[in-house]
Design a protein around this ligand. Structure first.
Ligand SMILES: NC(=O)c1ccc[n+]([C@@H]2O[C@H](COP(=O)([O-])OP(=O)(O)OC[C@H]3O[C@@H](n4cnc5c(N)ncnc54)[C@H](O)[C@@H]3O)[C@@H](O)[C@H]2O)c1
Length: 330
């Protein structure tokens, strides 16, 4: 499989590193309008550098390409790739707006190319383990999902605010691990550092299965926090995305009875805490291996355009709620 990377900034250069390292994959070129950046990555991974991505597409004729340019440019670049019949992995979020995301999906369907969206957190081994355990009914009915994604402001993100850039990860993970949709949102947002967009979100979500979601997300915290808590009948899971750890805090009284009996007689009490063993692996590597397998026709697409679109639609509803100070139904 011959592959290319368009946009080798902070994320794209990691795609280039992983493609260059995969067996059966040849990194035929990288493109960045910042030519020194393209040349530096090309030198490192022994490939061709281009300042114009169209030239990369036409000269190298890749089978598959990563789009890692700023979100605002996803549509333009994706359309050129799809127009040449090339499979594409588009970094999250799928596009700048739902309308633009829909155009990418329709174009990919019509051209018959594989479109995958880079919702990397689905490939975090701790999230994979969490999903398996939730599917095994280890927590019973889910009451609440609480996502915390906080850290310092990355000055390079100019085109979107913290909701479209970061909260999109958490709403996608909530949909993914529960299999439920997010049907209602309410958000308080603030802009403290970013020149044009919100950089703080406190959000409330309702899922179609009745669970409640909360989002604490900002670019204003002087330490990086990436966590998800899932509370249900039989206890609480905690995912630490950064260390890829998965913990389970058992509800001791829930282990030998139905929730109906527990809530009437005993309530909730502290039981054992288990740190599940999770084999650590770089999530981006798992994501790219999955994309290559889908592009080869070996497996279904793990994160479809529709998945990316839903996450973006929810993120846009959160932005709207924060701006207009009202609940938004989806
Ligand atoms: N999956 C994740 O966790 C994750 C993390 C960071 C960024 N991202 C996503 O990746 C994308 C890029 O973000 P980033 O942080 O790497 O940004 P960045 O600014 O660091 O890099 C973007 C690069 O694209 C280049 N570029 C811009 N327009 C171009 C064009 N038309 N042709 C060629 N090159 C062009 C820029 O020169 C720059 O080097 C965004 O969509 C972002 O949301 C995803």
């Amino acid at each position: 499989m011959r592959v290319g990377v368009i946009g080798v900034g902070s994320m794209g250069r990691n795609h280039a590193r992983i493609y260059a390292d995969l067996t059966g994959v040849e990194l035929v070129g990288v493109a960045d309008q910042n030519m020194p950046a393209a040349e530096a990555v090309a030198r490192q991974y022994n490939t061709q550098a281009y300042s114009d991505y169209l030239q990369l597409l036409d000269d190298c004729n890749p089978d598959a390409v990563t789009v890692a340019v700023p979100t605002v440019d996803h549509l333009d670049v994706a359309q050129q790739i799809i127009g040449r019949g090339i499979h594409l992995l588009v970094e999250k979020p799928i596009a700048f707006s739902v309308e633009e995301g829909e155009k990418i999906i329709t174009a990919a369907e019509q051209a018959g190319v594989v479109l995958m969206i880079g919702h990397i957190e689905r490939f975090n081994p701790a999230v994979i383990a969490l999903k398996e355990r939730l599917a095994n009914d280890e927590v019973g009915r889910i009451f609440q999902l609480d996502a915390r994604r906080q850290g310092p402001f990355p000055a390079r993100v100019k085109d979107v605010g913290v909701v479209i850039d970061l909260a999109v990860h958490d709403v996608d993970v909530m949909r993914y691990v529960t299999g439920a949709d997010i049907v209602r949102v309410f958000a308080e947002t603030e802009r403290r550092i970013h020149s044009t967009h919100e950089d703080l979100l406190s959000g409330l979500l309702r899922l179609s299965d009745g669970a409640v979601g909360t989002l604490t997300i900002n670019w204003l915290t002087p330490t990086k926090i990436r966590e998800l808590y899932v509370t249900g009948e039989r206890g609480m899971f905690r995912v630490d995305y950064l260390t890829q750890d998965l913990y389970f805090f058992e509800n001791a009284t829930a282990q030998d009875g139905s929730w109906e009996t527990i809530k009437m007689l005993r309530g909730v009490s502290e039981g054992c805490m288990i740190r599940h063993v999770v084999a650590k692996k770089e999530p981006l590597r798992i994501e790219i291996e999955s994309f290559i397998a889908a592009a080869c026709g070996d497996t279904p697409v793990a994160v479809t355009g529709q998945d990316g679109l839903k996450a973006l639609a929810i993120a846009q509803a959160i932005v709207k709620s924060g701006r207009e100070n009202q609940t938004v139904s989806l």
